[in-house]
Design a protein around this ligand. Structure first.
Ligand SMILES: NC(=O)c1ccc[n+]([C@@H]2O[C@H](COP(=O)([O-])OP(=O)(O)OC[C@H]3O[C@@H](n4cnc5c(N)ncnc54)[C@H](OP(=O)(O)O)[C@@H]3O)[C@@H](O)[C@H]2O)c1
Length: 249
């Protein structure tokens, strides 16, 4: 059986961590990535303890070069294990917020670089080989804030709205070669990042949605895992809301 290799960016924490565990459970070989080697090593150990295969590659995704380097190293790992890089989850992101007038140019650049430029150049590096093989699956992790005006999240939301457009562009560009590209758009989810950034606001935000509760990272990971699986072979170019119904009210 052909074992697929998945690269999950930002898998040292939160939704990326849960996604790395779920994809490993589903049988993929997983490349765990992030800046923090200690947390990355712990995720790799956790996957190995569960009988899976994982490898950590440190990356600070801040420009085209860092994205291309991560893509090259992840591909090298996949090929050294006798496989290919079949799945990419663009999950790493900066959730910096604040009023427009108080936003520093450096914050604007950092958010756009990590949330938009890095995914763009990861796909530019990895999708052509997927297309040449005739298969591949990419999921971009978006946000509720990409489709609605949430106070203080203008730059963050704009970076992810652009990412959602890339999802559609890439679905059209690579679909004829058998590569599927989708977005998952989470609502409030309890992670180290969201708890530090939103605190009590996380629960208040969740209460605005019909289902009314804060998601666990596993709730989002399950949907990402479905979208990269062969079960979703007819699904591409979609932005799938996983937000407790927030976008309908
Ligand atoms: N939690 C929510 O409520 C929520 C809602 C909607 C959308 N989302 C989206 O879900 C995704 C994950 O969010 P989360 O809540 O799980 O966040 P988190 O707990 O803060 O984790 C963020 C991850 O991104 C990595 N990362 C951040 N900056 C990076 C950089 N410059 N280079 C490489 N890796 C970087 C971090 O790794 P290191 O620390 O190791 O660098 C970490 O693994 C994001 O795309 C976010 O926009 C989250």
């Amino acid at each position: 059986m052909n074992i697929k290799t998945a690269l999950v960016t930002g898998s040292t924490s939160g939704i990326g961590h849960a996604t790395a565990l779920k994809l490993a459970q589903d049988g993929a070989r997983v490349v765990v990535s992030g800046r923090d080697a200690r947390r990355g090593g712990e995720v790799v150990e956790q996957i190995r303890a569960g009988g899976g295969t994982a490898h950590f590659i440190a990356a600070d995704l801040s420009d085209a070069q860092s994205a291309a380097e991560l893509a090259a190293r992840a591909t090298e790992f996949a090929e050294s294990a006798g496989g290919s890089l079949d799945i990419l989850v663009n999950n790493a992101a900066i959730g910096a917020g604040g009023p427009t007038a108080g936003t520093e140019e450096s914050t604007f650049d950092a958010v756009l670089s990590t949330n938009l430029k890095a995914p763009f150049f990861l796909v530019a590096s990895l999708a052509p080989a997927m297309a040449a093989r005739g298969s591949g699956a990419i999921v971009n992790v978006s946000t509720l804030a990409a489709a609605r005006a949430l106070p203080g999240l203008a730059v963050y939301g704009a970076s992810k709205a652009a990412l959602d457009l890339l999802t559609k562009s890439w679905a059209a560009e690579f679909g004829p070669a058998g590569v599927r590209v989708n977005s998952v758009s989470p609502g409030p989810t309890r992670t180290p990042g969201s708890e530090a950034g939103l605190g009590e606001g996380l629960r208040q935000l969740a209460e605005q949605a019909p289902l009314g509760f804060v998601a666990d990272p596993e709730d989002i990971a399950a949907v990402i895992a479905f979208l990269v699986s062969d079960e979703a072979r007819f699904v591409t170019g979609t932005v799938l809301d996983v937000d407790g119904g927030r976008t309908v009210v």
